[in-house]
Design a protein around this ligand. Sequence first.
Ligand SMILES: [Zn+2]
Length: 155
Amino acid sequence: MNTSTFRIIPLPTEVAEGARRIAKTGAADHQIVIADSPSGYPCRHCLRWAKPAERVILFSYAAIPPGQPYSESGPIFVHAEPCERYYATDEYPAAFRNGRVMRAYNSTFHIIDAEFVNGSEPEAVIERLFRNPATAFVDVRSVTHGCFTFRVQRP
Ligand SMILES: [Zn+2]
């Protein structure tokens, strides 16, 4: 029986593949970066940190679509080489248990709650945010850089 109280939503594969295609054209807004640290380049598609010397693409992603007060676009990385989309969607990704902030949004994309999760159990924070029936989804972001990491929905 699946008792998970949430579902992890990694970056869609179409978005990752689109970024790889655009990066190959040399577009200025899709830069290839070579990872130089083991915890500086989180891939939003496989939800792992790129290893040093791996190539990643840096581009802007609209986590919250344009046209509303809480619209938000910002820089994210994906592996430059094809990677497997994170599939353990009922398990919180081990790579991002620390240094994250969770923002709860309602169905009209307004932030209605937020919590810093460094050192606490992310599953417990997600469960608490979803206890509010108005919470439509939770976005997990870097607490230091602010960048979108992945989305969490109800199961
Ligand atoms: Zn990846």
